[in-house]
Design a protein around this ligand. Structure first.
Ligand SMILES: [Zn+2]
Length: 752
């Protein structure tokens, strides 16, 4: 009696200790629930219509799509339960019946022949892989019991179906189903589900695309288990066995590769995400790029890129970074839409907009396009001709460098740089001193994508938004780049009705919906740009060599514009594009027809211009002045005269002089050296201010070396045709120009 009670007590004590230890372990080692949410998830990008664009594999190149939710009636769930754990729905995480059976089985054979794994313990093993020992089995059983207290049966089954290996890099049933059968796991037939359900036990050996016979034998076993469990009947099993299975691993989708790369950069997490890409437009953009790239390729230019951004949302609707991604010989994989390149003239509209917002500029204001020197710059115009006096509108449309430099000098480089960065041009990352006024001529680098999005801001009435890559992404924070009034004046200037036939000389098809557009060519003919906007889209095109070398064919108007036009025409086949409404803040006003400034009492004709009341400065025309001078017979006379800054006056005088004596030159003596600026006998009036200069220019034999003297002092030696400027000094001077043969011309002048 005493002996039994001692034994009983000892057993009870042992049980109590075990129970205590179990309770302690349960409390001290909580289930690692955080791991339940971590998958080596792949990222699947879809176009905006839901078709797959690109798959980015997860950790270790796993293809895991962990969003399969088992349903009671799907074949794969029933097949997995039948073959792996038939009492799954009723056991508490471990299966006592299976343990007893396995123990008996192992005893009979004297070695470990079968385990008693449940779906739950297998989930634990997938979450925390451990060496396969008896101790591991105990830990896994313990964890399975814990997990069953946290998760329901369906959630545990989902964990299993989303984590189990299915051969190759397929992790989880959804990616396996898409990989082997090209469909979602919810759409699997009985035969297909039975085949997949057999794989996790030995995914490499049974992999159906490599070992179809083994996989089919395993499928037959799964179907047998399903019939044994009463999930299917014999007829269903026979039908499933008879169903031929087409196992053809589909290649991963690989469309719009440069777009996909940028979208993946913008999407750090995994999952299936619907992008903003419009597949039809993307196709049109790719084919336009390919077609126009062919003639350029003949000239050794293999880089070209195009971007289309929807103005309202900032959505990137199409993007191609090269004409042929697969062309490895010509760096086809380099994304030309994301590569920083010299901006050329494409930033000029921003400088003009800034000057408008500062009240300094209106489209009608007259700017001087005459030789002037700005520190360290040789700002010749693209076609090396000076226009003299031009309106801001013409200066922007014709992309004249001198007027743009003048505008940037007025706005200041710092404010201009700040504005360009506000417009998202983040690659302009040096300080203002680095760029200097050359910023407005495009000596900084921008990417096509950023540039197109900056123009989208103009089209949006001056408000910048980050590019959108995903349909359901919240819109990014907006920033104001310029006023709505300035934005409208820019599109009004760049979108004049006459523009479709002017600078690009493409008259073949002038039937185009209205658009505002700007071209650019970087120095050395390295990059050709064209950007076009209307209220709905911003289109940007870049052409160049991926290695950044120059080529004479790389002129924005010639190589990039035709691509923009083709895309634009494709978007509006009926030639019925929308146009911008003039903001109420922009009013019409009359200006002096000569200076473009508010008319004063001495001005003659006036012209129509735009202004923003309260912003635009009311500067009265300073050109038309009443000048009192001694007339014939010593009688004082009062005349209205045009008074221009000296460099402008000098240019105007020279132009008149050259025009006046052109016929005489044909009969002129042999001396080819003739000073055309300054004109002999000119009187220059200094208007005050630092460094007023006049150009020195002479006709001479082409390319001749010329020596310039002022008052017998050598000023400089330049080649004929090269600009040379001289700082005005008060007094009477003699300007002499001489060539290498000693032939020379002289021009006495006076500076007051
Ligand atoms: Zn005037």
């Amino acid at each position: 009696m005493g002996r039994y009670s001692r034994q009983l007590r000892a057993a009870a004590l042992a049980a109590a200790v075990l129970a205590g230890a179990f309770a302690l372990a349960w409390a001290a080692c909580p289930f690692p629930a955080a791991k339940l949410a971590t998958y080596p998830e792949a990222t699947v990008l879809l176009d905006r219509e839901g078709r797959a664009l690109r798959v980015r594999l997860g950790e270790d190149d796993s293809d895991c799509r962990p969003h399969f939710e088992p349903r009671a009636d799907d074949w794969i769930s029933r097949a997995i339960i039948a073959v792996e754990d038939r009492r799954f729905r009723s056991h508490p995480g471990v299966d006592p019946v299976a343990i007893l059976r396995a123990a008996a089985d192992n005893l009979r054979h004297g070695r470990v022949r079968s385990g008693a794994s449940t779906i739950s313990t297998q989930v634990v093993r997938l979450l925390e892989p451990r060496p396969r020992t008896l101790a591991t089995k105990i830990v896994e059983a313990f964890r399975a019991l814990q997990m069953e207290r946290i998760l329901g049966k369906d959630a545990i089954l989902a964990q299993y179906l989303n984590r189990a290996p299915f051969g190759g890099n397929a992790v989880g049933v959804e990616s396996a189903s898409r990989r082997y059968f090209g469909k979602s796991a919810h759409d699997l037939s009985l035969a297909e589900a039975a085949l997949l359900a057999g794989l996790p036990q030995s995914p490499t050996r049974l992999r159906p695309d490599r070992h179809p016979e083994r996989a089919r034998r395993r499928q037959a076993h799964v179907l047998e288990r399903m019939e044994a469990c009463g999930v299917i009947d014999g007829a269903q099993r026979a039908a499933a066995l008879a169903q031929p299975l087409a196992i053809r691993p589909a290649a991963y989708p690989f469309r719009a590769p440069h777009f996909a790369e940028l979208a993946l950069e913008a999407a750090p997490g995994g999952g299936t995400r619907r992008t903003t890409l419009d597949p039809v437009l993307q196709g049109a953009v790719e084919s336009a790029l390919r077609r126009h790239a062919a003639p350029l390729a003949a000239a050794g230019i293999h880089g070209a890129a195009a971007v289309v951004i929807e103005v309202r949302t900032g959505a990137v609707r199409a993007l191609a970074g090269s004409p042929d991604y697969g062309d490895a010989d010509h760096a086809g994989q380099v994304n030309g839409a994301a590569a920083p390149r010299s901006a050329g003239s494409t930033l000029k509209p921003f400088a003009f907009a800034l000057a408008i917002d500062q009240g300094r500029l209106t489209p009608g204001r007259v700017l001087a396009d005459v030789p002037r020197s700005y520190a360290g710059l040789d700002p010749r115009n693209f076609d090396d001709e000076w226009m003299g006096l031009v309106s801001a509108r013409d200066a922007l449309v014709l992309s004249l460098n001198l007027p743009a430099l003048g505008v940037a000098a007025e706005t200041g480089v710092d404010p201009l740089l700040r504005m360009l960065r506000t417009a998202g041009l983040g690659t302009l990352d040096r300080d203002a001193a680095h760029y200097g006024l050359g910023l407005v001529l495009g000596n900084g680098s921008v990417t096509l994508l950023d540039l197109a999005n900056a123009y989208a801001a103009i089209a949006r009435g001056g408000e910048w938004r980050p590019c959108r890559w995903f349909e359901n992404a919240p819109p990014g924070a907006a920033r104001r780049v310029m006023s709505a009034e300035a934005a409208w004046m820019i599109v009004d200037m760049l979108g004049g009705e006459e523009r479709s036939v002017d600078t690009v000389r493409h008259t073949a098809d002038a039937r185009m919906p209205r658009m505002a557009w700007k071209t650019g060519t970087s120095s050395g003919f390295r990059d050709a740009w064209a950007v076009a906007i209307n209220p709905e889209v911003a289109i940007g095109v870049w052409c160049g060599r991926p290695d950044g070398r120059g080529a004479p064919q790389l002129v924005g108007a010639k190589s990039a514009v035709p691509v923009v036009w083709e895309i634009f025409r494709g978007l509006y086949p009926a030639n019925d594009g929308p146009w911008f409404a003039r903001p109420a803040g922009v009013r019409e006003r009359r200006v002096c027809a000569v200076s473009g400034m508010a008319p004063g009492p001495c001005c003659g004709a006036t012209a129509a211009d735009w202004s923003v009341p309260g912003v635009t400065r009311h500067e009265v025309c300073a050109v038309h002045r009443r000048v009192t001078a001694d007339g014939p017979g010593g009688v004082a006379r009062s005349d209205v005269r045009e008074v221009w800054p000296p460099e402008v006056q000098a240019f105007l005088d020279r132009s008149r002089e050259v025009a006046a004596r052109a016929p005489a030159d044909t009969a002129a003596p042999r001396n080819p050296v003739r000073i055309v600026s300054p004109v002999a006998g000119s009187v220059f009036r200094r208007l005050g201010g630092p460094a007023e200069r006049i150009p020195l220019a002479a006709t001479a034999e082409s390319g001749a070396q010329l020596w310039w003297f002022v008052d017998d002092r050598l000023l400089a030696s330049v080649r004929a045709g090269e600009p040379l400027l001289w700082d005005l000094e008060p007094g009477r001077h003699v300007v002499v120009c001489s060539d290498a043969s000693g032939r020379s011309d002289r021009a006495p002048i006076t500076v007051e």
